[in-house]
Design a protein around this ligand. Sequence first.
Ligand code: URA
Length: 453
Amino acid sequence: MASLLGLIEKKRDGLTHTASEIDALVHGFMSDELKDYQMAAWLMAVCTRGLTLDETAWLTEAYVKSGRSLDLSNVEGVVVDKHSTGGVGDKTTLVLVPLMAAAGLKVAKLSGRGLGFTGGTIDKLESIPGFRVSLSNTEFVSQLQSIGQALSSQTSDLAPADGKIYALRDVSGTIPSIALIAASVVSKKIAAGAQVIVLDIKVGEGAFMKTQEQARELASVCRAVGERLGRSISTVISSMDQPLGLAIGNSLEVQEAIDTLHGKGPEDLEALCLKLGAVALYGAGQVGDLATGEQLLFDCLKDGRALEQFKALLKAQGGEEALSILEEPLLLPQPSRVMLVPSLSSGYINAVHSLGIAQAAKMMGAGRTHKDSPIDLSVGVLLKKKIGDWVDEGEALAELYIGSKPLKEEPTNPSEALQVIQESFDIQPNRGLIPPLFDSIELGTVYKAKIKS
Ligand code: URA
């Protein structure tokens, strides 16, 4: 095999690596034999020359092999996981985990914290008093066996090569390679042990993928990698043309997820959860088509089975203290005051710019600028209008939830955030088109359970 330098030159010249060459690059980087500047050069060569599907699958495998993987082979039933590439107001995990468990799936979900404009599930869960977001491996597996669902924070020992390479991509202009993104996303899911994986790829202004073409390409590469590595990966491309649901902000999103589990959630959030869950049921071989899966999940939402599963999750990870939020929602972190955001004109809402809304929530302390920045779980934005709605001048477009403690020496003046929200609404005299929630849904191969001898 060529030297490590030779491998960088090989990709520079547009040639194709073998599996052992990809392994050598990742292994060399993890052992510091390949330096940061060399890996950055290789990553840039990948951005311009690309990786074949085989190379992408080998890179994914090398990431997985760089660390520990969760062994869920002793869990009875099909273990599923869903992952979203991150969106504004995306609280689907909080609804889907108990919902899919109610439909008989085993749901093993590792989640992260928010960074930039998207919120993280772990931050949202920390709004729940007493809820433990870090389960040990043994606890994770045993909870999966006992109540069919476990939700814990992702640890850095799963696919550590991805963590180290991602940090380098972030500072070397090499994030936007579809092959690198696919290897990064899929490796973490495979290391987390699931057999059936549903990827919710967000597209639009408030998302990582800005165009449908990019999103479709990412979806197809992820499915192909899944196929090569023996996992059922299905992809749903969903719109981030406006925030999902009405709530943006940690505690507000937990409340909205609970409302959804009571069968009283916003239409778009419920529709997305039903679709993602149905795709998981199909991938797990539990239903023959999506309509049957959606009906089963809809029934679980409306007859209380999903809520019962959520109670089981709260009890397992937070005991009576966590459970009490269902009786007493005011136990979730509360803002010091709520300000109405009035509309400056009358008309139809033509667009609600997700990035602007996320920015306003972040200005008030809902999001982080650095990995370790403190956040205020009580703050956020509650939308009162979405695309297609009519608004009168002076009527509320949204409510701004303001915290009690300034997190910065110079706290944001709420009126600045209020103005950002107003500017995020595009109001026109005529009603425009309502963008569809889904762009495309592509089902992976149905998982075939191994017969234990
Ligand atoms: N999310 C990931 O986990 N990895 C990427 O490369 C991009 C988004």
